[in-house]
Write a protein that binds this ligand. Sequence first.
Ligand code: NDP
Length: 248
Amino acid sequence: MPNLAGKVALVTGGSRGIGAGIARRLATDGADVAVTYVHNSGLAQTVVKDIETLARRGKAIRADAADATAVTAAVEATVEAFGRIDILINNAGFMEVQPGPFEDQSLELIDRTMEVNIRAAILAARAAVRHMAPGSRIINIGSCLAERVPGPGITLYAMSKAALVGFTKGLARDLGPRGVTVNQINPGPIDTDMNPADGPGSEFQTALTAVGHYGSPMDIAAMASFLAGDDAGFITGATMSVDGGTNI
Ligand code: NDP
């Protein structure tokens, strides 16, 4: 189990699902953890309480990933509260399937996909790097759909997660000399509000896995914790599939 004692982490979109799982796991491994949310203040506070029950410090910050100022402010609020930032998990994201032909995709959805799924990760990293010491970590949450797309209607989402791969690889080169690693986790189907294991399309997604079932947020959290720890210091610019062998 990685020892993250003395480290400070910020997990974007940490009120529910994968982000909440990562926040709890990082705290279990010893880190103080701030989480952002956009709607669910109560759930974010529950995650903070869980972190505090583990005798770590926690903080919930309302920051819509679509709001550039709020994203940067969330990083600064983390540093102000805890004095440093060592681990940034860019997890906040959304997927909206727009029915109908591609030419009917709305400009609003195109812009929001760019802002929330891509730009926010860039802005958070830009703000965090200013405070990061050697040994720090940036971990982007992508998707197996960054590499393989099993059907129509998810073009924008797949594009956004593929863009994060390029961002991860480039930033790893920029920050390698400074001792900061940058990696991406590409989850397969994970049982969350976004993609419930009993939701529409779940049978199809389950059939694409080798293991025959959905993963849980803790499966992604385990990889995030490993990448955040000292043992992962020689891993950077990498894309780690945690997808139950999803084969599209
Ligand atoms: P959920 O929808 O279950 O949770 C989303 C989390 O992100 C919530 O904490 C939510 O906050 C927050 N969030 C959503 N939009 C914004 C925003 N605009 N600004 C700030 N926070 C926001 O999603 P998952 O946990 O399933 O997904 C997390 C990440 O994992 C996403 O990037 C997703 O693309 C990726 N992923 C998920 C997979 C899956 O099968 N579940 C598979 C592959 C990748 P609030 O509670 O306030 O709404």
